[in-house]
Design a protein around this ligand. Structure first.
Ligand SMILES: [Zn+2]
Length: 72
């Protein structure tokens, strides 16, 4: 293996590692919140759609969006 090939292989490996980290980061882990009653948004008390509840969300779409915008 000459130096170029080695560097390319290393870069590829790094890219794959970054992708794996990125994936793990994006995987939706169920959220928890001390005030969460299992049905209502922890931020505004609006009922959370079942589809979101099944994803382990503790906030309605609106509050989630707000939260993510603040973080960004
Ligand atoms: Zn809300």
């Amino acid at each position: 293996m000459d130096e170029n090939q080695f560097e390319m292989a290393e870069r590829l490996e790094q890219a794959q590692r970054d992708m794996a980290i990125h994936k793990a980061h994006n995987s939706a882990a169920p959220e928890t919140h001390p005030d969460f009653d299992g049905e209502h948004c922890v931020s505004c008390d609006e009922p959370i759609p079942l589809a979101r509840l099944s994803l382990g969300k503790v906030r309605c779409v609106e509050c989630q969006t707000h939260k993510e915008k603040r973080r960004a």
